[in-house]
Design a protein around this ligand. Structure first.
Ligand SMILES: *[C@@H]1O[C@H](CO)[C@@H](O)[C@H](O)[C@H]1NC(C)=O
Ligand SMILES: *[C@@H]1O[C@H](CO)[C@@H](O)[C@H](O)[C@H]1NC(C)=O
Length: 484
């Protein structure tokens, strides 16, 4: 869209002063000539000048707007530039003193005592908020039963009292996370404005340890930097949360805390107990220190579901710590999986892979798919990249289904389960995966149009390399090459 860094445009002052600027004109002329020479008889749209600088804030206190503009330079045969000539951003000055007259009231009051309706009668005007367009200056004649619309309010007027949105050029706009009004930019799950969830990883597990005795059991570490934390279960047991300093945030020392909001690790933890023995914890994060999630067992544990998003760089240490504590090894992993073909075994994980290791593989050789370009293509273009331990393989007429254990996640656009099925086209997929081996896989998520099938697909000639530390570093390098 041709957006430039604000700093890049400083030499070309904004057009707000209205005075002609010789330097600016000279530069524009040069620039135009250059383009003439290079572009030849270029058709298509013209080109934007760089953005001018931001104007002063529209208000003298509180919230207001600041604007910057650019111009479209084009030859008569060229189309207009694509995009906006003005950009508006929120500016925030220190709060207005208590009792300050609101901006809209001032604008209405400008018409006080003035003959405005085509006769000599005058009125006192106050804002009227019941009219259809809240960005029109609708003012009520005090003591009378009518209002009049004096056109648009000034830019930066709140759309309604207490509203976060502001009127700009007669439209009510709210600021995106980039501060630009009307940009619609949202924070992703990783806390990045306009991001695609790819600077963090989604952790979602079920803790199923049954516990040999009543008392406190470790469920998981929730590392520093975690966001969108959710924990839930349904039993008479109680969740307990401990801060990094070893002090309990809630449900410590065999005492059950009341439901409510608790401050912990720089975030607010909402603890709720609903009817039907349901207990939940929610926190937006990011957490400023590690938290330890425990459960106070009083009866067998039917399963505690937890999830959070973790900055990419915190995932490796988290995984290492959790493995060192042996937590994921003790617990059988969840077995909720994709719809299965009717005649396949119900629980493939329990069945040792029946692979005819001695029989020669009747599959023809696969094309060579090594190389950096291939890796980058698949890394950036796929929904998931992870280290997988192949537990089993099931060949069907049209496709092959692998059951894998997800070991280490490099990239996930949506939650990955601890065990997954990965499908590959044909009876002899390429590249082939051997059971009991570990691979680095790049796979796509495929959801059928009726929504009944949600599968992970390893495409033909896709990316599957035996996992090794070298492959691990290459994958981490590849991650840096993908556009957000
Ligand atoms: C990020 O993840 C959330 C939750 O899974 C999802 O709702 C949202 O659409 C994702 N955003 C992007 C840009 O993919
Ligand atoms: C629970 O985890 C904490 C922190 O890692 C550790 O100090 C403690 O020994 C663990 N408790 C059990 C019962 O494993």
């Amino acid at each position: 869209m041709g957006k430039l860094r604000p700093g890049a445009a400083e030499w070309l002052a904004s057009g707000h002063t209205g005075r002609p600027r010789p330097l600016q004109n000279l530069l524009l002329l040069l620039w135009t000539l250059l383009h003439c020479g290079l572009g030849g008889s270029a058709q298509g749209p013209g080109e934007w000048t760089p953005w001018g600088s931001w104007s002063r804030c529209s208000s003298s206190c509180g919230r207001g707007v600041s604007v910057r503009s650019r111009r479209c330079i084009r030859f008569p045969e060229e189309e207009p530039c694509w995009g906006d000539t003005h950009e508006y951003r929120l500016c925030q000055l220190p709060n207005c003193p208590p009792g300050a007259v609101p901006f809209r009231d001032i604008q209405c009051a400008l018409y006080n005592g003035r003959p405005v309706l085509g006769n000599q009668k005058t009125y006192q005007w106050v804002p009227f908020h019941g009219a259809p367009n809240q960005c029109d200056l609708n003012c009520l004649a005090e003591g009378h039963a009518f209002y009049h619309s004096f056109g648009r309010v000034l830019d930066g007027t709140p759309c309604s009292p207490g509203s976060q949105a502001l009127c700009v050029a007669g439209r009510c706009l709210s600021a995106g996370c980039d501060g630009l009004l009307g940009s619609g930019a949202l924070e992703d799950r990783c806390g990045r404005c306009g991001g695609a969830n790819d600077s963090c990883l989604f952790v979602q597990r079920v803790f199923r340890d049954s516990g040999a005795f009543a008392g406190y059991w470790n469920v998981t570490l929730i590392p520093e930097g975690a966001r969108h934390i959710r924990v839930g279960h349904r039993s008479r047991n109680h969740l307990a949360l401990m801060g990094g300093d070893g002090r309990y945030v809630l449900n410590g020392h065999w005492a059950v805390s009341p439901p409510g909001t608790y401050e912990a690790a720089g975030t607010r933890v909402v603890y709720a107990r609903a009817a039907g023995l349901e207990e939940t914890l929610h926190a937006a994060g990011p957490t400023s220190q590690d938290l330890l999630l425990q459960v106070l067992l009083q009866e067998p544990n039917p399963g505690i579901e937890f999830e959070f998003w973790l900055p990419r760089e915190h995932y490796g240490p988290f995984q290492a710590q959790v493995q060192a504590l042996g937590w994921p090894l003790r617990q059988p992993q969840p077995r909720e999986v994709q719809p299965q073909p009717p005649n396949s075994p119900a629980a493939p994980a329990a069945v040792p892979a029946r692979i005819p290791t001695l029989a020669p593989d009747p599959c023809p050789p696969c094309p060579d798919t090594r190389g950096r370009a291939h890796r980058l293509l698949h890394y950036c273009g796929s929904d998931f990249v992870f280290q997988a331990h192949v537990l089993g393989r099931h060949r069907q007429a049209q496709e092959t289904r692998y059951e894998v254990r997800v070991q280490l996640v490099y990239k996930n656009r949506s939650p990955l389960r601890a065990r997954e099925y990965v499908w590959a086209p044909g009876r002899c997929p390429c590249p082939p995966l051997a059971p009991h081996r570990e691979y680095l896989l790049a796979v796509q998520r495929l959801v059928s149009s009726d929504g009944t099938q949600d599968r992970l697909l390893l495409p033909h000639a896709g990316y599957a390399r035996p996992w090794s530390p070298a492959e691990d570093s290459r994958a981490r390098l590849a991650a840096r090459h993908c556009p957000i």
